[in-house]
Every structure is written in structure tokens, then in C-alpha cells.
Design a protein around this ligand. Structure first.
Ligand SMILES: *Cc1c(COP(=O)(O)O)cnc(C)c1O
Length: 351
């Protein structure tokens, strides 16, 4: 067994530690904090987020899950229908807050690599002749699309869908937890990927590597409403938010090059791992920092492969009974990527 002492955590990019520049900035803010002076670092961060996304206003929240929930609550009322891709993070991993807290009726549609066909969206909106169908207020998209292995939504697609929804008076929210990864993959600034939406949630704790937090961006009126809603959920009273914001600002300004390296390492791992007998990885679909590996061809269940991998010092995420998800982030080196593929091969060959 070759567990050379190094634990390689490919379970999620949410465990990234802040960079040393971030720690220094956080400490400087914490030591220089002036009571009752307002949140200067938060203001700087939200202004930067507006610049990046092309939105008017932004709000710092504790998590991207809360940013998505608050966005849904601000766009839609109880009993309204919200359209989501069926394997979107909001649908599979956010505890159904949209139903239990916001009273929303979720309409789940199957997409292809995160993109729902516009004709399916139109059919789901339908027309309420006798007012017996829920009123559709919102469509949510996700870029990159986590469950599709970090798939990038084509720019032409998001533009077309946003324009079509605008015509019908339906808002479109982007779960952009990893929109920075999408921008890097498309060699594009973030703004064209976000400015056609009515609101965007950005995660500061994934590839951006800040300590914590998320940003919700939208029009000034939308953010005023979101901020009131966030207060009721306990998300608008982050008393030490400046400390988080100081790290977040460095993340927004400096992490794009690091994210590009995460993508390169994901491909490095994927090209080694897809040579292992019984492991199926669509190499051409590995465009960002996530690799989905179907291990059913090995004759082993994915949870058994994961158990063996953990034993060899590699963490992955059990996506379903056939599939493991490997996520790359700044704490993973080239060596780690190669070692992880080697340990995967060992794990499959030996119990
Ligand atoms: C991680 C993630 C979230 C939630 O972020 P948290 O900060 O963990 O709440 C939302 N959407 C997507 C696509 C994610 O990957």
C-alpha cells in the first residue's frame, strides 16, 4: 500500500484554506477594527463583486446555500413555481429550504450537462387558462454545473435563455458557486457569463479559497429585499463580516490563475485514471476542476472503491452507487494528482 503519508483530499473544493495573503489581510482587519464604523471591507468586496458580475448591488452572506435560498425568496412568493435542473445543487444538496422555508413549488427538468432545453422550459411554464397551474416566477441555472462534472454552460445558451425569460417576465437566477471556473474555462471575464441574469450567487469558499461566505448580486431593489429576507434567516448579522470580506476580496482579485491550475490538474488526474481498467471518465468533458469517474466496470460498488481509497489516503465524494467525484483545488499539487490516480488503481486491484 502506498500511502506515503500524504492525505489527498479530493472530496470537495470547499475545504480550501485561505492563502497567506488572505490570512494577513484578515488579521490586519481584525486588529484595526474600529467599533461602530461600519463594514468598510464588506463594502469594498461588494463593489468589486458588482464590477465583476455587471450587477448594481451585492450582499455578503454566510453560505452560497443561503444566497440561493434568499434569491429564490426574493424572486418568488409562496405557492409560485420555480424551474430548476433536476440534478442542480439547489435541488439535490440544499435541504429543500425552497419548499420547507419558502413554500415554493419546484419544477425539476432534466438538462444535458446542466443546460435545460428552452423548449422544455417553455412547456413547463405553460399557460394557465383556468388559473389552475402555479405561476412561474423564476428559473435557476447553475454554472459550472456540479453534478455534470463541472460542465460549463455555453455563453450563447445563457444569453438565449435569459432573453427568452425576460420576454415572459420570468426572472433568472444563476447559482454561480463556480462561475469563476466557467470564466477560466471559456477564457472570458466573468461579466458576460453573469450580466444577463437577474441575480447571481458567487461562492467565496470553493476555488476562491477565502475563509467563508458567498455573495448575492442583483439590482439595488432586489438586494434590498434580499437583505431583509436574509435577516430573518440569520444571514444579515455577520458582525465580523469585514474579516471574511478581506479574504474574499483577495480571492476575487487573485485566484483566477490558481483556478486555471486546478483545471490542468483535474485533466492530469483524469487522463491517468481513465487508463485504469473498469474506470470510465469522459476526458473531453473534463473542462474545469471536477472529474466524475464511473467505476462500475471494475465490478466494485463505488462506496467500496471509496472505502479502499480512503484507506490509502485519498478522499473523494460518493456521487451515486457507480460514480465517484474528484474535485481539484489549490491544495492539490501535480504530484498529488498523479499519486491519487495511482492509489485509485491500487484500490481497485486490492481490497
Ligand atoms: C457548494 C455549492 C453551493 C453551496 O455552497 P455553500 O457555501 O457550501 O453553501 C451551491 N451551489 C453549488 C453549485 C455548489 O457547488
Amino acid at each position: 500500500m502506498s500511502n506515503d503519508g500524504r492525505y489527498i483530499d479530493l472530496g470537495t473544493d470547499a475545504r480550501t484554506a485561505p492563502t497567506s495573503r488572505m490570512w494577513e489581510a484578515m488579521q490586519a482587519v481584525a486588529l484595526n477594527a474600529v467599533p461602530f464604523k461600519g463594514h468598510e471591507a464588506v463594502e469594498t468586496l461588494t463593489l468589486r463583486a458588482c464590477e465583476l458580475t455587471g450587477m448594481q448591488s451585492a450582499l455578503l452572506l454566510p453560505s452560497c446555500t443561503m444566497a440561493n435560498l434568499v434569491a429564490i425568496m426574493a424572486h418568488a412568493d409562496r405557492g409560485d413555481q420555480v424551474i430548476l435542473e433536476e440534478s442542480s445543487h439547489i435541488a439535490w444538496s440544499e435541504g429543500w429550504g425552497m419548499a420547507s422555508i419558502a413554500g415554493i413549488y419546484p419544477k425539476l427538468l432534466k438538462g444535458s450537462r446542466g443546460a435545460i432545453d428552452l423548449s422544455d422550459i417553455r412547456a413547463a411554464i405553460g399557460r394557465s387558462v383556468f388559473s389552475h397551474r402555479p405561476h412561474t416566477k423564476l428559473l435557476c441555472l447553475e454554472n459550472t454545473h456540479n453534478a455534470s462534472g463541472g460542465a460549463v454552460l455555453p455563453l450563447a445558451y445563457t444569453e438565449e435563455v435569459c432573453a427568452a425569460m425576460k420576454e415572459r417576465g420570468i426572472s433568472v437566477h444563476l447559482d454561480g458557486a463556480r462561475v469563476f471556473n466557467a470564466a477560466v474555462a471559456l477564457h472570458s471575464p466573468v461579466r458576460p457569463l453573469t450580466e444577463t441574469f437577474d441575480s447571481v450567487a458567487l461562492n467565496l469558499n470553493k476555488g476562491i479559497s477565502a475563509l467563508e461566505g458567498a455573495l448575492l448580486c442583483g439590482s439595488s431593489a432586489f438586494i434590498r429585499k434580499a437583505s431583509r429576507l436574509a435577516r430573518t434567516l440569520g444571514g444579515d448579522s455577520q458582525h465580523k463580516a469585514d474579516i471574511i470580506a478581506a479574504a474574499g476580496l483577495i480571492g476575487l482579485n487573485e485566484m483566477a490563475d490558481v483556478i486555471a491550475e486546478d483545471h490542468r490538474r483535474a485533466r492530469l488526474f483524469a487522463s491517468a485514471a481513465q487508463r485504469i481498467a473498469g474506470v470510465a471518465i469522459e476526458l473531453e468533458s473534463v473542462r474545469t476542476n471536477i472529474v466524475m469517474a464511473d467505476v462500475s466496470g471494475t465490478g466494485l460498488a463505488a462506496d467500496e472503491v471509496l472505502r479502499r481509497l480512503l484507506h490509502r489516503g485519498v478522499a473523494a465524494y460518493l456521487y451515486n452507487e457507480h460514480t465517484l467525484r474528484f474535485v481539484f483545488h489549490r491544495q492539490i499539487s501535480d504530484d498529488d494528482a498523479k499519486t491519487a490516480a495511482r492509489r485509485l488503481e491500487e484500490a481497485i486491484g486490492h481490497s
